[in-house]
Structure formats: structure tokens, C-alpha cells
Write a protein that binds this ligand. Structure first.
Ligand code: TMP
Ligand code: ASP
Length: 231
């Protein structure tokens, strides 16, 4: 198989059918744009299972995604899309870089949902970027940005409800989108690598912050998320 792209946590190969690709989840965990790196055996399978479940739920609720079908427990078949080089971050509760940058303690309630964009670039450490900067450099058009923002808010509404039923607070998350067949599709994983997920009762973290902050119990957290979504 021809490898099209190898990322930090996934490998993308060309699919048999033109316009498709095969994406395989790896067990590698990274933080700080790859500065911290570790193999966590089983992480790929957990993230694939969680993300596939979330994708099925979003698709059933009208969200257009790149997923065609699940091949095995670490592999999916997806539409090949031209990735929009803008990450969309949605925040319901203050945490992470938002807390640090604006001096708002982690866990603080927010008066409104925050939508942020960052430019997808490891080299530049994914700098935050605003609408006029995005359109100025041609990373996306104003029409695309409006669609990305609306899709991100709708996905937030759906995911907040899904996780709430599992006793999990969706604190924040990151989305990526791609262009295929003239439309924007949700791409990439939605997993504890890309979301902050806190136990609603105890506040315990069940996401990649356990790895980023050397808290231990990383895979235990991921396993708990999967088992609650399965319940
Ligand atoms: P942040 O608080 O570090 O900006 O992260 C916001 C959300 O985005 C959080 O749920 C983790 C996720 N995220 C990624 O998926 N990839 C990244 O490279 C970073 C920095 C954050
Ligand atoms: N995704 C980034 C990395 O893999 C950073 C992060 O998720 O914290 O290095």
C-alpha cells in the first residue's frame, strides 16, 4: 500500500477505490508537537473504537463525515479529502491553553461557548489565528469559515448530550475538516486525544491531559470513556 502521509498518531494510505484512503491508528502518544513521545500499547484501538462510535452517532444526526466504513479495530476506510489547514477548537469550560493565556482558572464556567481557530502547523506550533488572518492567507474562505463554525457548534451540541448521558463533561475539543466532492466533511478522530473529558461527579480527567501532565492512568481513562459510551 502506498503511504500518503504518516502523522504522529495515524498512518494514511491510498485506498483501492480512487478518492478513498485507509487510515490506521497508531499506539503512539505525543504532546508538545512531538516533543514528548511514548508508545501506549492499545491506545490506537481505544481511540479508533471511541472515534468510530462518535462518528456513527454524528452521521446519524446529519453531520457529513469522511468515514466510509470500519475495516478492523484500528483501521477505517475514508473519503480522501483535502484537509483544511485550520483546526477548530470548541470550549465549554475554561481549561488548557485558554486558562493559561487568559488567566482563567481551569474548570471556570464560561458565559458563552468559545470557538477558536488555529493554523495546522507543527513547525509553528499551531498558532491561534483569526477569521481575517485565515482568509488573508487563503487557508479557508469566509464561506467555509462560517460553515466550519456552524458545524462545530452543532457537533458540540450533539457531543455534549452524548457525553452527559455517560456522566462525562465535554470540556473542550478540537475538530478538523476536509474538502471532498465540493463539500466540507468532518475528518480526523474525535477521541480522548482530541477532547478534554472530565467525570461529572469527581472531576477526574479521562483524556490526554493525563499523558501531557504525567498523571498516569492514561489508558485506564480512555478505557473508562469507551465503556461508558458502550453502556
Ligand atoms: P488547548 O487547551 O491546549 O488549546 O486544547 C484545546 C483542545 O484541543 C483540547 O481538547 C485538546 C485538543 N488539542 C488537540 O486535539 N491537538 C492539539 O495539538 C492541541 C494543542 C489540543
Ligand atoms: N497534538 C500535539 C502533539 O501531538 C499536542 C497535544 O495534543 O497536546 O504533539
Amino acid at each position: 500500500m502506498t503511504t500518503l502521509y504518516e502523522g504522529k498518531s495515524k498512518i494514511v494510505c491510498a485506498g483501492e477505490e480512487p478518492g478513498t484512503c485507509i487510515i490506521r491508528y497508531k499506539d503512539t502518544a505525543t504532546a508538545g508537537d512531538g516533543a514528548k513521545k511514548e508508545e501506549l500499547p492499545g491506545k490506537g484501538r481505544l481511540n479508533a473504537a471511541i472515534s468510530n462510535k462518535i462518528y456513527a452517532y454524528l452521521a446519524a444526526n446529519g453531520i457529513k463525515t469522511h468515514l466510509i466504513k470500519v475495516i478492523d479495530d484500528v483501521t477505517i476506510l475514508a473519503k480522501q479529502a483535502e484537509i483544511v489547514p485550520v483546526e477548530v477548537i470548541v470550549r465549554n469550560v475554561a481549561a488548557g491553553s485558554f486558562s493559561k493565556k487568559y488567566g482563567v482558572p481551569e474548570g471556570s464556567a464560561l458565559r458563552n461557548t468559545v470557538v477558536e481557530f488555529s493554523l495546522k502547523s507543527d513547525e509553528l506550533h499551531d498558532p491561534m489565528i483569526n477569521d481575517s488572518q485565515i482568509t488573508a492567507i487563503g487557508a479557508a474562505t469566509a464561506e467555509e469559515l462560517a460553515e466550519l463554525r456552524a458545524a462545530a457548534l452543532e457537533i458540540n451540541r450533539l457531543l455534549t448530550a452524548l457525553f452527559e448521558k455517560a456522566g462525562i463533561r465535554l470540556v473542550d475539543f478540537k475538530l478538523e475538516f476536509g474538502r471532498a466532492d465540493g463539500e466540507l466533511l468532518l475528518c480526523d478522530e474525535i477521541s480522548p486525544d482530541s477532547c478534554r473529558l472530565w467525570d461529572m461527579q469527581t472531576g477526574d480527567k479521562m483524556d490526554k491531559d493525563r499523558f501531557r501532565r504525567d498523571m498516569g492512568g492514561v489508558l485506564e481513562g480512555y478505557r473508562e470513556v469507551l465503556s461508558r459510551l458502550d453502556a
